[in-house]
Structure formats: structure tokens, C-alpha cells
Design a protein around this ligand. Structure first.
Ligand code: KG4
Ligand code: ZN
Length: 406
């Protein structure tokens, strides 16, 4: 099945075309085309994602990236197309709320043959609703014009299922997965532990009670006058310090002994001793805020110490809650997904700890390109959903779409 997938839930406009075959026991995904435009530079001056701007950028980007994804997949065949008046009117109605998109849409599709794809998958949520709607309406317009079935995808399911995939280059496979799968989803909007007991059936095991972990990274980075997005910036500082401390011997991570040497830079590990698998990061962020109130002028070395301590605090809590969840659920496979799982230190801590504490459990962490938002993960999830449920009749954006309820 050839799936064209569209992702516009946040600040990445992405379209991918994948050839998907197989079933839950063994599936193979071949990426034929994959285009992604990040809006990070545009949002940087606002210090975070600005929804109205994200929507406008998606509307501007969708047609050009569709063209380049189709071209890469060798599915772009130019030929003048006659679009009947009533079809044109229906599509214009679908795109009425996406200024700028209608004209570009018709200019492109009236010069392009219907591509040989079998379905269109699109992110329906969670995310920023204005941003989600652009992608959904674009997908609806294409589906109507090209007479292709449309599949709604939960973005978080995309993160989970793509984390189960392994492989190199353009081919990914999902096979030999032992259930139950526990997924730690960590991004700018989510911090959740989700159990997949059966394929595509989810149960919420734990979640943040306040800020998402990526949000905490971004806010703390801002307090340290680092640019958005803050996660990679904090990671850069903390890794620089670790490298100074241990040289090349990354296996021996330093305990900087902050409690003795610089107790004022020590941060809390919120909820670490509680039995619940929930998280809280607001207190950690506030601790940094107070620390900086008392010491507004941190020098470069102190900034590194603080970034290092913050990252350690986050990793300690994430690991402790995940370990509790493994014990509670009897999970056999652990996956980490979402933008924050690109973090070098978190990847390292999880890799080491799983080996030591749960040697029988398989840990899967997606490649860096698959951890941040992309359309490949939407195609993957769209494939499993379409196989399981067939094709829905209508799609509505839901900014708070969840996989499960506690
Ligand atoms: O999943 P994602 O791309 O977007 C959504 O939030 O859905 O995640 C973005 C988040 C941002 O908060 C960003 O700071 C964080 O992921 N992030 C990182 C790293 N790379 C991205 N956080 C820590 N370390 C990183 N290397
Ligand atoms: Zn995401």
C-alpha cells in the first residue's frame, strides 16, 4: 500500500510517501519520498511556537513540499488536468479557511496527473488546532480530487510505532516485537508513559501533572538566555561539561558532587520517591527560576553546571518513573519517542540502565531523524490504522486527542 502522509501538528510541515507491506508480526516500510520544512528559525524570535504563524507557514509550504515529495518518489507526472466546476467549488469550500493555499493548490493540481498512491494519511491531533486544520483540509482536498481514501492519524501513535521500527536508509522494518510495549513519550507538549498491551490498544500508565519535559527544557533554556528550542542548547552545554570532566571516557559519567561543592546549584528530582508513575516538571523549572533570582549573573562555567544538573534531574526522574512502570506493567519492550528522546544524555542513561536493571527487556530508541516530528511516522501509523479499521468518513482536528484514558 502506497501512503502519502501529511504532518502539520506543530512547527514542522512534512510530507512523506511510503510503500508499506506486511502486518503486525512483520511489516516493511520503504520511503519513496520525504520532505520536511522546519519553522524553527521563524519561531525563534518569539521564543516558542506561535500558532497563527505556524498555520500561515504550513499553508505556504504544503504545495511546494508535496511537489518535491512526489518528485522524489517519481510520482510526479505533469499533464494538464480539467477540474470540473462543481469539484472546484467543493475544494474551494474545503480550503476556504486556509488563505493563500487555494490558489497554489489549484495551480499545482491542474498541471499534475493523479499520482499512483493508495491512501492519504494526515495527523488529526494532538497539536495546535489551527496548524492541524491546514493539514487536514489540504488532505481532504487532495483526497476528494484524487479520489483517495483518507486516514486520520494520532500523532502520538506515530511516535510510538515509528520507535518500534529499525533499519537503515530508506527501509524500515517492524518485526519481532514482544508485547506489552511500554512507551515513554517526551516532547514539547507531552510527557506520558503509555502501555500497548495489544497492537494499537493503549493504556495511560503515567503523565505529567503540569509541564511537559520539552517545555521545561525550553523554559529553563530561556532563563539562561539560550535560543529556542532549548533542549538541544541545554544538551550542548551539559555534554561540553561532561566531556571536560571525563575526556573521551563517556562511559564514566562524572558525579560532580554538587551537593558538597556547589549546594546552591543542586536541583530537586520532583516526585522521584512517590509510588505513582506520574511526573511533575513545574517545580524543577521554578527551582531554576529561584536559583537565578539569587544569582542573576551566572558565568559560562556555572551555566554549564546548571544545564548539567538540570539534565541529570530530568533523566533521573524519567528513568525512575519508567522503571516503576516496567515493574507495574510487566512490559517486555521499552520505546522512547518524541522530540526530547533526541537528547544524548537521556538516550545514554536509558541504554545503560536497561542493560543493568532489566537485561531481558528490549529497548528501542528511534534514529535521530525519526525522533522529531516527521511524516514518515504518520505514514507508519496510518498504515496500521488503515489495515485495522478501514477508512473513516470524516476527520476533525482535535488538539487534545489522546490515545487512552487512565
Ligand atoms: O516532538 P517534538 O519535535 O515536537 C512536539 O513537541 O510535538 O518535540 C520538541 C521538543 C522541544 O521542547 C525541544 O526543546 C525538545 O523536543 N528537544 C530536546 C532535544 N531536541 C529537541 N530536548 C532535549 N534534548 C534534545 N537534544
Ligand atoms: Zn511530536
Amino acid at each position: 500500500m502506497k501512503i502519502l502522509a501529511i504532518e502539520t501538528s506543530c512547527d514542522e510541515t512534512a510530507i512523506a510517501i511510503l510503500e508499506c507491506v506486511g502486518d503486525e508480526t512483520c511489516a516493511e516500510f520503504n520511503t519513496l519520498g520525504n520532505t520536511l520544512l522546519s519553522q524553527i528559525e521563524i519561531h525563534r524570535e518569539y521564543g516558542g511556537v506561535f500558532p497563527a504563524l505556524a498555520k500561515r507557514e504550513h499553508a505556504k509550504n504544503l504545495v511546494p513540499i508535496l511537489e518535491s515529495a512526489l518528485e522524489e518518489a517519481e510520482l510526479l507526472h505533469e499533464d494538464a488536468q480539467a477540474i470540473p466546476e462543481d469539484m472546484r467549488a467543493n475544494i474551494s469550500a474545503i480550503l476556504a479557511r486556509e488563505p493563500g493555499l487555494t490558489e497554489a493548490f489549484f495551480a499545482f493540481v491542474s498541471e499534475c496527473e493523479v499520482p499512483a498512491i493508495d491512501a492519504i494519511a494526515v495527523t488529526a491531533g494532538p497539536g495546535l488546532e489551527p496548524a492541524l486544520w491546514v493539514g487536514i483540509n489540504f488532505a481532504k482536498a487532495l483526497a476528494l480530487l484524487w479520489q483517495k481514501p483518507l486516514v486520520a492519524v494520532n500523532h502520538m501513535e506515530g511516535h510510538i510505532l515509528s520507535a518500534l521500527a529499525s533499519g537503515k536508509g530508506d527501509t524500515l522494518t517492524v518485526q519481532g516485537i514482544t508485547l506489552p510495549v511500554l512507551a515513554l513519550l517526551i516532547s514539547g507538549g507531552h510527557t506520558e508513559l503509555i502501555l500497548m498491551k495489544e497492537w494499537l490498544e493503549y493504556e495511560l500508565v503515567g503523565a505529567t501533572r503540569d509541564d511537559a519535559v520539552g517545555e521545561a527544557f525550553d523554559k529553563v533554556a530561556r532563563m539562561l538566555s539560550l535560543p529556542y528550542p532549548g533542549g538541544p542548547e541545554i544538551s550542548r552545554l551539559a555534554e561540553a561539561l561532561r566531556a571536560e570532566q571525563v575526556g573521551r571516557d563517556k562511559a564514566r559519567l562524572p558525579d560532580l558532587g554538587l551537593a558538597e561543592t556547589r549546594p546552591e546549584l543542586r536541583l530537586p528530582r520532583p516526585m522521584i520517591h512517590e509510588d505513582s508513575c506520574d511526573f511533575s516538571f513545574a517545580g524543577l523549572k521554578t527551582a531554576v527560576l529561584y536559583l537565578l533570582k539569587n544569582r542573576p549573573e551566572l558565568n559560562e562555567e556555572e551555566k554549564k553546571l546548571l544545564a548539567h544538573e538540570f539534565e541529570n534531574a530530568v533523566a533521573d526522574v524519567l528513568w525512575k518513573k519508567t522503571a516503576q512502570a516496567i515493574e507495574k506493567t510487566g512490559a517486555q519492550t521499552l520505546v522512547i519517542g518524541g522530540g526530547v528522546s533526541a537528547n544524548t544524555h537521556i538516550r545514554r542513561i536509558f541504554t545503560e540502565n536497561i542493560k543493568q536493571e532489566f537485561p531481558d527487556i528490549t529497548l528501542r530508541i528511534p534514529s535521530a531523524a525519526l525522533t522529531t516530528d516527521n511524516a514518515i511516522m504518520i505514514a507508519l501509523a496510518g498504515f496500521y490504522r488503515a489495515r485495522r479499521e478501514g477508512i473513516p468518513t470524516d476527520i476533525v482536528a482535535n488538539g487534545n486527542l489522546s490515545l487512552s484514558h487512565k
